[in-house]
Design a protein around this ligand. Sequence first.
Ligand SMILES: [Zn+2]
Length: 80
Amino acid sequence: MKNNQCCEFITYLNDYVDGTLNEKICKVLEDHMGECNNCQIVVNTLKKTVELYQNDTHIQIPEETRKNLFLSLNLEEFLD
Ligand SMILES: [Zn+2]
């Protein structure tokens, strides 16, 4: 089962991890994360991945990692 808040969360996820997301939206997402295990896992995994690649001037989550993560959480419909 999916809910609308998860949809929104996934839409803003990349910006959130990058730290470029609007403060208000950040708050909403963090509230949602407090109650949603799926989104917690997504963010934690993405943050770890970003840390691994932070030496690159251009931070980009590898497409393969992102895909596998979304697939494992049955969120593949949010992949662009
Ligand atoms: Zn969620």
